[in-house]
Write a protein that binds this ligand. Structure first.
Ligand code: ATP
Ligand code: MG
Length: 301
């Protein structure tokens, strides 16, 4: 596919799935099984598009790294088995490992619990020129902790600060913090991989029935599934309150893995392409210097 065609496709996918103002957002209007964001693209045609997309992402990342001004923070949130790991593997497949970092956030450690909940994420933010990928993130603080508020007790927060609206306040703080990041050159893009409850069941059964996939399955995943509706409410509230122009959520249909990849790759390409990236410009003084060095090298015996 030609560069211009890929860029056009990427832009239309971003426009279709981005939420920049969450006020009227409803999860029930989003179909996890949808695959029709790009007219004419079906599973069999997606390979070529994905390969071209990976190459384009690699070129853009090279300039991002050389320019050393912007940083990109990609956040992935989802229910278990929605495909976070697979999509991260795909996104990483073409980029220079030197310019990219992945961090996975699990239940906090004792050291982490001795700090506010943002601390561990702040230490992992991407440096300028880098792409940082968060596999889960500080958003767990308004998801798993909201569904299981007893977790708050382990966080060592002064009791008088745990009020009724603690999760709304957290969402407001996160919104502010992301505004701060974007005002300072970190481009924040957030992805909710939206898998259906039926598809999750299918994937769990596959993990149980396929020996090579057994390691991916944890019985606690099924326990969390029992709280499905509460999770969906928490996700909806999170998307409503923390979507913004600078740090949009993208609701990615995740029942078909090939489509999830096409959409996420498109959105990342569109994001990078919108930054007007270029290699550092060489001024006249430096050009003259390079010529001098060249002459010295050529004169070597
Ligand atoms: P996979 O299951 O695909 O390997 P995962 O991201 O589900 O990947 P796990 O080790 O299974 O990794 O789960 C991490 C768990 O940690 C999740 O259940 C998540 O909700 C939990 N977690 C993450 N952050 C927090 C947090 N701040 N407080 C409490 N639990 C958290
Ligand atoms: Mg898990």
């Amino acid at each position: 596919m030609k560069t211009q065609e890929i860029l056009r496709a990427a832009k239309s996918l971003r426009e279709k799935y981005a939420v920049t103002d969450g006020e009227s957002f409803r999860l029930k209007n989003c179909n996890p099984n949808e695959t029709d964001g790009l007219p004419g693209i079906r599973k069999i045609d997606s390979k070529e598009l994905l390969d071209d997309g990976v190459r384009m992402m690699a070129d853009l990342q090279d300039m991002l790294y050389a320019q050393d001004h912007w940083s990109i923070l990609l956040i992935f949130q989802a229910m278990d088995a929605a495909g976070k790991d697979g999509i991260i593997k795909h996104v990483m497949s073409g980029v220079n490992p030197q310019g990219c970092e992945v961090h996975s956030f699990k239940s906090p450690s004792t050291e982490e619990l001795d700090h506010d909940y943002m601390w561990r994420s702040m230490r992992r933010l991407p440096a300028r020129g880098m792409i940082g990928i968060f596999n889960r993130s500080y958003y767990e603080e308004v998801l798993v902790v909201r569904v299981h508020p007893e977790i708050l007790q382990s966080q060592k927060i002064p009791a008088e600060l745990i009020g009724k609206n603690i999760f709304e306040k957290r969402q407001a703080d996160i919104r502010q913090m992301e505004a701060f990041m974007s005002r300072n050159g970190t481009v924040v893009r957030k992805f909710f991989l939206h898998v259906s409850k039926e598809e999750q069941k299918k994937r769990f059964l596959e993990r149980i029935d396929t020996p090579e996939k057994n390691w991916k399955f944890s019985p606690t995943d099924v326990k969390e599934r029992q709280h499905w509706d509460q999770y969906m409410e928490a996700y909806e509230s999170m998307i409503q309150t923390t979507s913004s122009t600078q740090a949009p959520w993208h609701i990615i249909p995740a029942d078909n893995k090939w489509y999830t990849r096409v959409v996420v790759s498109g959105i990342i390409i569109d994001t990078l392409a919108s930054l007007n990236l270029h290699y550092p410009q060489v001024d006249e003084k430096r050009k003259a210097q390079l010529q001098e060095v060249r002459a010295t090298l050529m004169a070597e015996k």
